[in-house]
Design a protein. Structure first.
Length: 399
């Protein structure tokens, strides 16, 4: 073995990295020094700032309730709980998602009806939703896969005709627009964003539940913190004696800390810039990979709409001669971190066994899964990193 390789070995390019700046760090330090580290003034400020952001930068009365939580999973759970979903109920969602979307339904003792995707968008297929509705169906949970908006007109049309609730899993969708309106503003019962480490903005762990329904918001706030009718910061700052509170339900422990909210305050001010950089990288990938036997990611169906580009997912086309696993092995060998989004829920033992699911029930998700690879796409990638990914993908195809 030689100590002097003929070519410099490039460091491994991770699949995802968060972009945390000095302002985020300073705000976290300020929180640590302030004496108030759990849910308090910064969490509240973050909730206000999030509502203002969704409202196009206009503060004040916009009717959006933003409820900061310690994960999107928690936010989805709170939304369904507040809607009264429980045993005997069915909730329809896509098989092509992360298990969090579906598991929260099981937390509540309700059943999950998984349905197939539209292969053109990789989003839940409205026709499949319609076909899965039974008298037990209570709610639809669309997922804006990769950051591409679900056709919310189609979802709301179905929901209205069948009297169903809609809870959007918007974990990938900040900022995403459908027909010019940000995800978060459409007429759903609740919309939940994720600030997990690899999402389009991060608080380490965190999420935001957004709703226009004041009753749902009130219930979610109580259930977010043990079913207490006043939160700790209320008690700390209120004029009435601070020791007194009442438990009105067996709640959860889902509050977002001020340490996390400190990160979120600054990430949120940068989110539009992040989207611009993600879009730039996606556009460069599109142009440099166009001649390969790949199906490139779908673009928004309405001109001018924003794609959040949480993920850049390519699929091997029917003419491709290498397999998905060969493509992944080749990219890893060249030091490129990649992933697969997702191993569909119908293939996981729990979901498969619980509902006796077979791949033939989900032909589009199954085919997409067998052919898909997510390439690295994040704001900290340099132009040279982007070109390196392109070179490695082209090399895998012998180009
Ligand atoms: C990340 C993710 C979640 C869960 O988000 P957490 O904040 O980690 O709980 C839910 N749904 C989808 C589609 C996700 O990608």
């Amino acid at each position: 073995m030689s100590n002097t390789p003929s070519q410099p070995v490039l460091p491994f390019l991770p699949f995802a990295l968060p972009e945390i700046g000095e302002e985020e760090i300073a705000e976290v330090v300020d929180t640590l020094r302030s004496g108030w580290v759990t849910t308090g003034p910064k969490a509240r400020k973050f909730e206000e700032a999030f509502g203002t952001y969704l409202n196009g930068g206009q503060a004040g009365e916009h009717g959006l309730h933003c409820i900061a939580v310690n994960s999107a999973t928690a936010g989805l759970h709170l939304a369904l709980e507040a809607l009264g979903i429980g045993p005997g109920d069915e909730v329809i969602t896509t098989t092509h998602t992360f298990t969090a979307t579906a598991e929260v339904v099981r937390y509540l003792g309700a059943d999950v009806k998984l349905v197939d995707i539209d292969p053109a968008t990789l989003n839940i297929d409205p026709a499949a939703i319609e076909a899965a509705i039974t008298p037990r169906t209570k709610c639809i949970m669309p997922v804006h896969y990769a950051g591409l908006a679900v056709d919310m007109d189609a979802i709301h049309d179905i929901a209205q005709r069948h009297g169903l609730k809609v809870v959007e899993d918007a974990a990938h969708a900040l900022p995403t627009t459908f027909k010019g309106q940000l995800v978060g503003l459409h007429a759903s019962d609740a919309v939940v964003f994720s600030f997990y480490a690899n999402k389009t903005m991060t608080t380490g762990e965190g999420g935001m539940l957004v709703t226009r329904n004041a009753e749902l918001a009130a219930r979610a706030k109580v259930m977010r913190l043990h079913g207490i009718n006043r939160d700790a910061f209320d008690r700390f700052t209120a004029k009435v004696p601070s020791w007194y509170y009442e438990i009105v339900a067996p709640g959860f422990k889902y509050n977002l800390t001020d340490i996390a909210a400190a990160l979120g305050l600054h990430q949120l001010t940068r989110i539009d810039g992040f989207q611009v950089r993600r879009e730039q990288i996606a556009t460069r990938f599109d142009e440099a990979l166009a001649d390969l036997p790949l199906v490139l990611p779908p673009r928004p169906q309405h001109a001018g709409d924003l794609h959040a580009w949480h993920l850049y997912v390519v699929r091997l086309s029917d003419e491709a001669t290498l397999t998905r696993d060969q493509l992944i092995d080749s990219l890893f060998a060249d030091g490129i971190g990649v992933s697969v989004h997702y191993i569909p829920l119908h293939l996981h033992p729990y979901w498969k066994e619980r509902y006796d699911l077979q791949p033939v029930q989900f032909p589009h998700s199954q085919k997409a899964y067998e052919r898909m690879v997510s390439l690295p796409l994040y704001t900290r990638m340099t132009d040279a990193d982007v070109e390196r990914v392109i070179t490695a993908v082209r090399k895998a195809f012998g180009r």
